[in-house]
Design a protein around this ligand. Structure first.
Ligand code: ATP
Length: 513
């Protein structure tokens, strides 16, 4: 069986070979942690956005969508806390000159100890077979107890250092734990420094008159500063939501795992404005609603899990992540946060403009509380490909790579293929293609053998392939080949639209929400 890392490598090379994702500026040796979406990647991304936008904006009476600018007044980021607080603690190894996140080094150490415990458990489980009682074993085995104690002590010290922003202590933990650089193997560490993740650039025509501004690290602030504009112009009543899809930028220090951690990425965020005191009810509502949105795509429930935050950001009073099982393990896909009135209160303070909402029902003015759902479009994209990528051995001994993308999100919905390019089969196929493309993204392909053409469509995840053959010219029937089962059925050309719509229409998924 291929290792998990191998699976990721295979997905990355498949993405390049079939035009889903390319390294940015590849001919110049690439730009780290920046990626371009190719012809099929762009289609898949658009389909994900469409599914999200329609489920949020179109299906909620109390929701509207906006598109705010990437550049914002620099004070926005002061008010939001990003200028002072949006940073990672970094440490360099003096021998390898490699840079690491201090918190990740310590988390790695915690994980190492945990793995020692897991090994003991596995060993004992094998030895005792059916009689094995894991709970009892963990509570009594001396080696497990020692290691569990190590985890508890280290974790306590680590969390305290993070909470107090004590960089000296973070370094001391790394030294005390004898953590070595994976590259040089040495413990020759620099001090820990905070590194702000926001990109800056100049606005204005001359350097002299220019002032420094930031590229937004999240789309949420564009919603906060416009909340009253939207509320008034759309005459929204609380509770209501504002949704937005857009680019965000973070100068991530350690960029790895493909499109999981990019420096330029896309977010789909929604801020839901509620009456103070009602935020927990809405937090639960959105947690359920968002999980349902994921499950409706038909990917296995076991591939998702909820991670509840113990340590909350300063502005939050509840937070969970929806995690997905990527090829390298579970990782955050979406965050749902109860952000209190922190952001709006800060903007009121920094802008000196009143941002209160008058609630006609209770005849009171207040700053609304906010529940946020924030999903990374690129991570969503990778979750779909991780699920969809299959290598299959076929009955005749050959192999195929097939992307079992949920049909409603597939980049191309239907391929129309003349069996051979003669006797008018190609003309008939083009005629069908020209009709169907009003309804779906279609592809006409006449090059190579029919088998090769099927493989090409499997590799880009096209759910239907229609073959036009000699019989088509006689009775106007075609064969429809289904991607996942490879089953073929003969149906009349007149039935094609209904047959294909059954599976590829996003409406069916939306109705199940
Ligand atoms: P992480 O802990 O993985 O860095 P985060 O907690 O900083 O993520 P949020 O600020 O909550 O992430 O952003 C919301 C969503 O945006 C995340 O759930 C993720 O899907 C996406 N996201 C965040 N940073 C990146 C990035 N550098 N590249 C791609 N997607 C990202």
């Amino acid at each position: 069986m291929a290792s998990q890392e191998d699976n990721l490598k295979k997905i990355i090379s498949h993405c390049k070979e079939y035009g889903f994702v390319f390294q940015s500026s590849e001919i110049y040796d690439g730009l780290a942690a920046v990626y371009d979406y190719g012809q099929y990647g762009a289609e898949l991304k658009n389909n994900i956005k469409d599914y999200w936008w329609r489920s949020m904006v179109q299906l909620h009476d109390n929701m509207v969508g906006i598109d705010s600018a990437i550049f914002m007044h620099p004070k926005v980021w002061k008010a939001s806390g990003h200028v002072d607080g949006f940073s990672d603690p970094l440490i360099d190894n003096k021998d390898s000159k490699k840079r690491y996140r201090a918190d990740e080094l310590i988390e790695g150490q915690l994980e190492k100890i945990q793995q020692k415990i897991n090994k003991e458990i596995d060993k004992a489980a094998k030895r005792f077979g059916d009689r094995f009682d894991e709970k009892q074993f963990c509570e009594t085995n001396p080696r497990v107890l020692v290691n569990q104690e190590k985890i508890n002590t280290l974790n306590k010290r680590f969390v305290k250092a993070l909470e107090e922003n004590n960089l000296k202590e973070l370094r001391q933990i790394i030294l005390d734990q004898e953590i070595v650089c994976p590259v040089s193997g040495s413990r020759n560490w620099t001090d820990v420094r905070q590194f702000n993740l926001m990109f800056t650039t100049q606005i204005g025509s001359t350097a002299e008159g220019a002032s420094e501004i930031y590229l937004r690290p999240e789309t949420a602030q564009g919603i906060f500063v416009n909340y009253l504009n939207v509320q008034k112009s759309a005459r929204m009543k609380i509770p209501f939501g504002i949704a937005q899809i857009g680019k965000a930028f973070r100068n991530e220090i350690i960029a790895r795992q493909f499109i999981i951690r990019m420096r330029e990425f896309e977010q789909m965020e929604m801020q839901f404005f509620v009456r103070p005191g009602e935020e927990m009810k809405w937090f639960e509502y959105w947690k359920e609603a968002r999980l349902k949105w994921h499950h409706a795509l038909g990917m296995p429930d076991e591939d998702y899990r909820i991670h509840t935050h113990e340590k909350l950001a300063h502005y939050a009073n509840a937070a969970v992540d929806i995690e997905f099982r990527f090829p390298f393990g579970f990782k955050e896909l979406e965050g749902i946060h109860s952000r209190t009135d922190f952001d709006l209160s800060q903007h009121e303070k920094f802008s000196a403009k009143k941002l209160q909402y008058f609630d006609p029902e209770i005849e009171e003015s207040y700053i609304p509380y906010v529940v946020e759902t924030s999903i990374g479009l690129d991570r969503m994209f990778l979750s779909i490909l991780s699920f969809a990528y299959h290598e299959e051995k076929l009955a005749d001994g050959s192999e195929r790579v097939v992307l079992k993308i949920p049909p409603a999100l597939s980049p191309v919905k239907v391929a129309i293929l003349p069996l051979v390019k003669k006797d008018g089969m190609d003309e008939k196929a083009i005629q069908i293609f020209k009709e169907l493309r009003f309804h779906f993204n279609c592809q006409y392909d006449e090059k190579d053998s029919i088998g090769k053409r099927y493989r090409r469509q499997d590799a880009i995840g096209t759910p239907y392939a229609i073959t036009v053959d000699g019989q088509t010219l006689k009775d106007s029937t075609v064969t429809v080949r289904y991607r996942d089962t490879m089953e073929q059925r003969r149906i009349s050309v007149d039935e094609l639209l209904v047959e294909i719509t059954k599976d590829v229409a996003i409406e069916h998924i939306l109705k199940s929400l």
